[in-house]
Design a binder for this molecule. Structure first.
Ligand code: G1P
Length: 290
């Protein structure tokens, strides 16, 4: 079954990126020249998803403006014959059909996804967390969507993480089914190295059936009072099989300052207009001094 709708949770405070996020949404921070959120919107669109609900909160209206048309700007660019920019700003406002839904209280990722219940209705849907930028031969969410179609079950994307990663990501207890598919037997949110079941971490892409909403409603809040999607999926596991897919490609944790720097440098190296100059510049910094 084709996935037509996606949910992008973008309601958090962006604390990992303070002070830059004190008065602007983290999702609008530019990696080179595109805001973080655009990377995951484009990934969804490349996978054939045309309807996207962005979950926002107070102070996030620039997200809504970004995907809107701005006739004054278009007219200005037209008059100034800046046609490349004109084409790009028009393209962004036509990328997909957007809906913006407010999460009124910061009650966690699971709760943010629950806000999209009536928007999603009765069909399977994708969730993309904008912190994660994936650079893959086939869009990461499509890799999940294809597996979903084959197995007709909930899928989450998995990646190998190091010791530090066990403190940053949900970690699964996997049973390998094929080279890249794992049935998930258990999972735990940010366990740390001692309690981690494996080195397979949950990265920010999911494909759910609408049944997840009832499960989220039954999920107890964690110690911080937040409803975690990982805890909801753990409940779901007791009712139906859930699978993980070890994605093919590269991923950057751009919600983290260092990951953001890595994404900026590596993605700029892939852009023809920067590649040569940036390579030369990086070379010129060697040998590195304190
Ligand atoms: C969320 C999920 C976590 C997952 C991570 C991926 O955490 O709760 O399980 O590993 O995204 O980026 P957050 O980064 O919102 O704290």
């Amino acid at each position: 079954m084709k996935i037509r709708k996606a949910v992008i949770p973008a309601a958090g405070f962006g604390t990992r990126f303070l002070p830059a996020t004190k008065s602007q949404p983290k999702e609008m921070l530019p990696v080179i020249d595109k805001p973080l959120i655009q990377y995951c919107v484009e990934e969804a669109v490349q996978a054939g998803i045309e309807n996207i609900a962005v979950i926002t909160s107070r102070g996030k209206s620039s997200l809504e403006d970004y995907f809107d048309q701005i006739p004054e700007l278009e007219q200005f660019l037209e008059e100034k014959k800046k046609l490349d920019f004109l084409e790009e700003v028009r393209r962004i406002s036509k990328l997909a059909e957007f809906a913006f839904i407010r999460q009124k209280q910061a009650l966690g990722l699971g709760h943010a996804i629950l806000m999209a219940k009536s928007y999603i209705g009765q069909e399977p849907f994708a969730v993309l967390l904008p912190d994660d930028i994936f650079d893959c031969p086939k869009p990461c969410i499509q890799q999940l969507g294809d597996s979903f179609s084959e197995f007709k079950a909930t899928f989450i994307v998995l990646g190998r993480v190091d010791k530090e990663g066990t403190k940053k990501y949900g970690i699964v207890k996997p049973k390998q089914v094929s080279e890249r598919v794992f049935q998930i037997e258990d999972m735990i949110e940010k366990p740390g190295p001692e309690k981690a079941f494996s080195d397979l971490g949950i990265l920010g892409r999911y494909v759910f059936t609408p049944g997840i909403f009832e499960v989220i409603k039954k999920t107890a809040p964690d110690k911080k009072g937040e409803i975690q999607i990982t805890d909801a999926i753990k409940l779901l596991l007791a009712m139906q099989p859930v699978y993980g897919y070890l994605f093919e490609g590269k991923r950057y944790d751009a919600g983290d300052k260092f990951g953001f720097l890595q994404a900026t440098i590596e993605l700029a190296l892939k852009r023809p207009e920067f590649s040569q100059d940036l390579r030369k510049y990086l070379e010129s910094l060697r040998p590195f001094t304190e």
